[in-house]
Design a protein around this ligand. Sequence first.
Ligand code: C5J
Length: 232
Amino acid sequence: MPGMPDPRARLTVEAEPYEFRCSPSSTALLVIDMQRDFLEHGGFGERLGNDVALLRRAVAPTRRVLDAFRTAGLHVIHTREGHRPDLADCPPSKKARGRLTAGIGDPGPMGRILVRGEPGHDIVDELKPAAGEPVVDKPGKGAFYATDLDAVLRGLGVASLVVAGVTTEVCVHTTVREANDRGYECLVLEDCVASYFPELHAAAIAMITAQGGIFGWVSPSANLLRALAQRG
Ligand code: C5J
C-alpha cells in the first residue's frame, strides 16, 4: 500500500558492538517485568531496601518505544514474574532467600508479594499491555524457563528481540542469555532497562557487548526510534 513502510524492509540500528540488523516483521519488543512490585513504592523491591526511582527511569523511554512499535504494527510481548497463589511453582529456595520478614507470598501493601492476580503483580499503568499483546507469566528470572515464550515467538515468526525491562542484571540478563542460546538476536535498549544498582547495570550492559557481542547488541532507544522513523 502506498505510504506504508514495506514490512519486509530491513532495519539497521546503530548499536554496540556494531550495527544491529533485523526485519521488523520478525522482531518483537519484549518488555520484561515492568511490575508494580518492582517499580512502585510499597512493592517487593522497596521492601528489599531498594530505591525504586532508579527503576522508574526506564518507564518513559520504554513507553516511547512501545508507542513506536504499536504505531508500526510490530509485535509486543510482556512478561511478569510471579507465582501461583499456592506457591506450587515457587522453589522453597527462592522463597527462603534473603531471610526476609515479608517475602514472596506474604501480604504487603499491594497484596501478596509476587503472586499472580495481586495488585503488585500488575504491570505499571504507563506500560499496560494493549489488547492482543501476549503476556507471559514466568516463575523464574529467565522468561523462557517454565513458560511458553519460545512457542509464542516461533508461532509469530520472531527471530529478533528488542529488550526493555527490569532488572538489568537479573531478569533482563537471564532472559537475554536464554534467548541467545535459542538463536534469537537481542538488542538491549540501555535506557529502557534499569537496576537498583547502577554499577551492576553498567557491568551487565558491558557483558552483553563484550567479545564481539557475546550475548547481543546494546543501543540507546533513540537509535532504534530513529531507524524506525527513517523506515517510513
Ligand atoms: C528480580 C527481576 N530482580 N525481574 N526480578 O528479582 O529482575
